[in-house]
Design a binder for this molecule. Structure first.
Ligand SMILES: *Cc1c(COP(=O)(O)O)cnc(C)c1O
Length: 391
């Protein structure tokens, strides 16, 4: 018997979330001219969606996400081996490596699997120049517009683009697109204005696809995603049902949670007023109460930083953590659920429980981290419509 813990993954919620994002883009395209993009939206061209499936599809499993996002225009990730797994899983569409390739030996694999590469550093251009690639590699040239992580400085851009054009002449490079990544799309309204202007000034009238928007930018500045002839947006977290913004949940955008984490009650303790619970005795009962011991701990990916008061639910009834999260267990207040019994499922986050965005906020982190941290030892169950799972 595996430990009584499970992550339920909904591919239906994944495809629902993808369609919500498409709706945002369609609405932006039909919106009156002006807006944030600066270009009349009515004249704008197509917007394509790279579904971001890095980090094992934000903890959901690569193959699961490939099926859930089958309607995406492309899939974006970091790991070369994951692009191979996408092809093995039957994905025929575009694939993008968000950090590009790392060494010359990667290039044949990219070529064989028709992977689009980000080019963010002169070393990557040198590798292309030195390579004996037989066919053209499609690329997105990345510009650093203020994140100061990856990308060419605007002053280096013209040279890098010249180099890529020369490689195009040699047949090593195919299409050249332009990309940047915002540091503050989830921050103050208008925080992307400077970076967008810098991007536009840098690219100038060079022809090519552009790729600007992560989840936060798609949701907040959808006009940006329809403002050029050929746009490729790069949403990640919103496709998994979470909000990229502080103090909101994905629900407010019509998104559905794609992961539900549940574990059973292993034991129930009757604790007297004044007694404490768990390591460090951080929680003291303010009354005689029942404490539920749940088969989920930080070794399952649940954050140890989640304090007493973090939401959870039993049989659809809301309650909260009481005491410190330990490696394999956590403890909750069972007083709101008088009929709770050993063996009942406790929902730590997800459907019928607290929103993962609220759990993350309580733990002082973001849903991204919780999703990615789901431990390998947690059995994953892919939900199928109409199927009833063991209660
Ligand atoms: C992770 C990532 C994204 C997706 O970000 P979300 O906030 O999850 O939407 C987009 N672009 C790049 C370059 C990334 O690294």
């Amino acid at each position: 018997m595996p430990r009584p813990i499970r992550a339920l993954i909904s591919q239906q919620a994944m495809s629902h979330n993808l369609s919500i994002i498409r709706q945002y883009l369609d609405n932006a395209r039909q919106a009156p001219a002006g807006g944030h993009g600066g270009t009349p939206a009515a004249q704008a061209g197509a917007t394509h969606i790279w579904a971001v499936i890095k980090a094992n599809a934000y903890g959901h499993g690569l193959e699961t996400a490939i099926a859930g996002f089958s309607q995406a225009d492309g899939l974006a990730m970091l790991d070369l081996q994951e692009t191979v797994r996408c092809r093995d899983a039957g994905w025929q569409g575009p694939l993008l490596l968000l950090e590009g390739f790392f060494e010359p030996g990667d290039l044949p694999v990219l070529q064989q699997n028709r992977v689009v590469s980000t080019i963010h550093h002169p070393d990557q251009i040198r590798m292309l120049q030195a390579s004996t690639l037989a066919g053209p590699l499609d690329v997105f040239l990345k510009i650093n517009t203020g994140m100061n992580r990856l990308g060419f400085a605007p002053q280096q851009f013209a040279d890098a683009h010249q180099d890529l054009l020369a490689l195009q002449q040699q047949g090593k490079v195919g299409r050249i697109g332009f990309m940047t990544h915002f540091a503050d799309a989830d921050g103050a309204q208008g925080a992307v204005d400077g970076p967008v202007q810098l991007f536009r000034d840098t690219v100038g009238d060079r022809a090519g696809s552009i790729s600007l928007c992560n989840s936060a930018a798609v949701l907040r500045y959808p006009q940006l995603a329809v403002s050029a002839a050929d746009n490729w947006v790069r949403p990640g977290i919103c496709l998994y049902g979470s909000s990229p913004f502080a103090n909101t949940t994905g629900q407010e955008f019509g998104l559905r949670q794609t992961m539900t984490l549940q574990a059973r009650l292993l034991s129930i303790q009757h604790v007297k007023e004044g007694q404490s619970v768990g390591y460090g005795s951080t929680y003291t009962a303010t009354r005689d109460m029942r404490i539920g011991v749940v088969a989920c701990g930080y070794a399952d990916g649940y954050p140890r930083s989640a304090p007493s008061g973090t939401p959870a639910s039993v049989n659809g009834v809301a309650t909260q953590l009481a005491g410190r999260v330990s490696m394999d267990m956590l403890t909750i207040d069972l007083d709101p659920i008088p009929d709770a019994a050993v063996g009942d499922w406790v929902t730590l986050w997800g459907n019928d429980g607290p929103h993962i965005d609220d759990v993350a906020a309580s733990a002082g982190t973001i849903a991204y981290e919780l999703l990615c941290a789901l431990a390998r030892r947690v059995p994953v169950h892919i939900e199928h419509p109409g199927e009833s799972i063991e209660k």
